[in-house]
Design a protein around this ligand. Structure first.
Ligand code: SF4
Ligand code: SF4
Length: 225
């Protein structure tokens, strides 16, 4: 017979947000057809990633050199999958497992550090806003980093700072305090509303088909890969 299934790893994946849907993959290959990363690299294939999750092939999936890091997070596979597996969310779960174990590519680590320290994954200077202004675009909002730091902190230890709480207005990059209306700003009542609502990702996107009755799988044209 073929390889043994490592259920311990699958249980760990089940316990990671977005990971439990891997159980529903029927290996149809529909997710591969529109995947830009699969077009770019012969090594990347969401169907085979899902196969490896079903087999519990931890060494193949968790590591700085794993193919999972080639995923562009485009969500095409989410739309294509007839089984509501949400391959992208399984891949994100795998990435989170890798990050928890400290095995992620240096570049990804640098992006994460930039986001936690600056709120953006790239360095944004005033020249960016000047160019945006010429193009008729709003200034980039300044991210309240202290609030982000509190969110990213260990929930046991993290505290929302008094000066950067939910009611504070986002200011455009480089702006001085001013009116609460205008380009690049978000009104406090809007922000408060947003924080009360769980995000699509946090709530698992679509209504959970697993818990409340899964949607009926559609018949779909199979990919050759
Ligand atoms: S489309 Fe869905 S069911 Fe089909 S191989 Fe991809 S993840 Fe599995
Ligand atoms: S989210 Fe990732 S796996 Fe899914 S289609 Fe896009 S690149 Fe491919």
């Amino acid at each position: 017979m073929g390889s043994k299934i490592a259920f311990t790893f699958r249980e760990q994946l089940d316990g990671t947000i977005g990971g439990d849907h891997h159980n529903y993959c029927l290996q149809c290959g529909a997710c591969v057809a529109g995947c830009p990363a699969a077009r770019y690299s012969e090594d990347f294939n969401p169907r085979t990633i899902l196969l490896k999750t079903l087999l519990g092939q931890e060494e193949e999936l968790i590591g700085a050199d794993s193919v999972i890091w080639l995923c562009t997070n485009c969500y095409t596979c989410y739309e294509r999958c007839p089984q509501d597996v949400r391959p992208i969310e399984v891949i994100i779960a795998l990435k989170n497992m890798a990050a928890e174990r400290g095995v992620l590519p240096d570049e990804v680590n640098k992006f994460a550090e930039m986001i936690s320290s600056r709120g953006h994954s790239a360095v944004l200077s005033e020249s960016v806003n000047r160019r945006r202004e010429k193009l008729g675009l709003d200034p980039i909002p300044r991210v309240p980093v202290e609030e982000l730091t509190a969110i990213l902190a260990d929930p046991e230890e993290g505290e929302v700072p008094s000066g950067g709480g939910a009611g504070e207005v986002l200011e455009p990059l480089g702006s001085k305090a001013g009116s609460q209306e205008g380009p690049g700003k978000v009104r406090p009542e809007k922000r408060a509303g947003v924080e009360k609502k769980p995000s699509k990702k946090a709530s698992g996107g679509k209504a959970s088909a697993k818990k409340v009755g899964r949607k009926k799988p559609r018949t779909t044209k199979r990919s050759n890969r």
